[in-house]
Design a protein around this ligand. Structure first.
Ligand SMILES: Nc1ncnc2c1ncn2[C@@H]1O[C@H](COP(=O)(O)OP(=O)(O)OP(=O)(O)O)[C@@H](O)[C@H]1O
Ligand SMILES: [Mg+2]
Length: 510
């Protein structure tokens, strides 16, 4: 289906983008058609977000052209993109933490009445939009307390409110659990059936094949192919993306039987979680599954001293541990690799190697001075090991693509050589190839005796790596599975996705 005068809704020709002397996108030509869901695929750093940002007016092209409905346009900024009916849901949502969810949806265009903000209409409209998206979230709630997934939903609600004709979703599903992904897929199909053009950026092949009609594949800043999804296979797409064969998937070996390294007994922090008890043995990987909002991140934060539980005990190596701050937790050999890069200083304008060393300062310093040659060497090793795409390790971290930033954040915590590692969505936004590398690394560290708590919305990841899986629902552990008995269906059923909505409005738990 096409737009006015048979032309696609949007077409780019020869689109290029350089930062200084580095060209990150070259000669990109794509067509976005009405009623089509179009995937941009490629490894971390391939140029997917860059292409989306050029279309959405966030970047200005270094060369090339964009046509909207067959007419050449110059998009100077996001506002002009909005006027052209183009909306981007970015990889890192731009939320204002002190504003409410509703204000974030309508930021810059709050409904006014007699010169004052019309709060009633604001909250009413926000509620309608969120309801349409099936997000049970109080529009009055401050955005500060919201997860990445929820904040992306605010962006999507904003785009819907603008009635955009072209919607670009940059890794919106990366932090959603399977049930939430299905809900979003229903919404996207509805929008595309209504004639909108949707660009879907993501790394999960299942989603591409269940949702998309067409795919444009990028490698090293160039478009290397275009495929109709009905005429291709995951193998074909992966080959195009990486230009080489992919290594074997990681399969975890024997189940560890060592002594418990971390024991949690009756941990409660109402209304977030209640009576949480579990243990992780030396060398064991315990997966924590559940819906977004079920309390997974909150438990990890409490264990790491970022919040104070009201009841319960934590034992490390059999001895009670007093954990009141992350510093205490690190003293017990714990590390938390968090889900939220932005809150973790990954956007500080300091270099990649300084970022990677940030959490290991005591070990990497001498008399208060950072041994920077040691840090640089270590960072170089991590860069190689996790195939971080960067110009040099002196480059500021915020210049890296989303997935590559995530790798550096992971390296930063692994660099602390923890005994107990809490991983919250460790491979969010990391491509297939690097993901295998991260999985191998997690297994190696476990084999070397580390106790790991793995929180992930990626069910195949949880199933592949975990020795045991705990399923959390509304802040309580409702099931425990051994590796041998855990199937995708059983875990999804235990997490309770049938209603398609969280068990209770998140305003009650935030
Ligand atoms: N502001 C910038 N300055 C310099 N280089 C940049 C800047 N922004 C992006 N890049 C580089 O451009 C390349 C493409 O980045 P882009 O964000 O488009 O990748 P991506 O395909 O979206 O990857 P990911 O899957 O990790 O999100 C990367 O190598 C990145 O380091
Ligand atoms: Mg990206």
């Amino acid at each position: 289906m096409n737009g006015i005068n048979g032309a696609p809704l949007l077409r780019t020709t020869g689109l290029s983008k350089s930062f200084g002397a580095v060209t990150v996108l070259e000669d990109a030509g794509v067509e976005l058609r009405a009623g089509e869901i179009h995937a941009f695929l490629g490894e971390n750093g391939a140029g997917k977000s860059t292409l989306a940002k050029l279309i959405a007016g966030i970047y200005r092209p270094s060369a090339g052209q964009i046509e909207r409905n067959g007419r050449p346009v110059t998009i100077h900024n996001p506002r002009e993109a909005t006027e052209l009916g183009i909306a981007l849901i970015p990889q890192e949502p731009r939320t204002f933490p002190d504003l409410s969810a509703a204000e974030n949806i309508f930021v810059g265009r709050l409904p006014m009445r007699s010169g004052l903000v019309d709060w009633k209409s604001l909250y009413g409209r926000a509620e309608e939009l969120l309801h349409e998206l099936g997000v049970a979230l109080d529009p009055r709630q401050p955005a500060r307390s919201l997860s990445v997934a929820d904040r992306q939903m605010l962006e999507l609600a904003g785009a819907l409110s603008l009635n955009a004709e072209i919607l670009l979703l940059d890794e919106t599903t990366a932090s959603l659990t399977p049930g939430e992904v299905s809900r979003l897929e229903v919404i996207l199909r509805r929008l595309s059936a209504a004639g909108k053009s949707i660009v879907f950026i993501g790394h999960r092949m299942e989603e591409i094949f269940s949702l998309c009609d067409r795919a444009t594949i990028l490698r090293d800043g160039k478009i290397v192919g275009e495929r109709m999804i009905s005429e291709t296979s995951p193998e074909d797409l992966l080959r195009l993306m990486v230009g080489r064969e992919i290594g074997e998937k990681v399969v975890r070996g024997s189940v560890p039987t060592g002594k418990p390294l971390l024991e949690v007994k009756g941990l409660s922090q109402p209304p977030l979680f209640h009576d949480i008890s579990f243990s992780i043995r030396r060398g064991e990987i315990v997966g924590l599954a559940g819906l977004v909002g079920a309390g997974r991140t909150e438990i990890a934060c409490a264990l790491f001293g970022l919040s104070q539980p009201t009841a319960g005990t934590i034992l490390v190596d059999g001895k009670p541990a007093e954990i009141r701050s992350p510093r205490d937790a690190m003293g017990y050999g714990m590390a938390l690799a968090p889900e939220d890069r932005q809150k973790q200083g990954a956007f500080l304008p300091i270099s990649l190697w300084e970022n990677a060393s940030l959490s290991s300062l005591p070990r990497l310093s001498r008399r208060g001075w950072l041994k920077d040659s040691v840090s640089r060497t270590l960072t170089t090793e991590w860069v190689k090991r996790l195939s971080v795409r960067c110009r040099e390790i002196e480059q500021p971290l915020h210049e890296l693509s989303g997935g590559n930033q995530q790798k550096v954040v992971l390296a930063k915590w692994l660099e602390t050589q923890p005994k107990i590692l809490l991983l919250d969505e460790p491979t969010r936004g990391i491509d297939v190839h690097a993901k295998t590398e991260v999985h191998r690394l997690i297994c190696e560290l476990a084999d070397a005796g580390m106790a790991t708590l793995l929180i992930s919305s990626d069910l195949p990841e949880i199933l592949a790596l975990s020795d045991r899986i705990l399923v959390l629902r509304s802040g309580r552990i409702v099931r425990e599975f051994d590796r041998s008995e855990a199937t995708p269906e059983a875990v999804i059923a235990a997490a309770g996705v049938s209603t398609g909505l969280p068990d209770k409005p998140r305003s009650m738990v935030a």
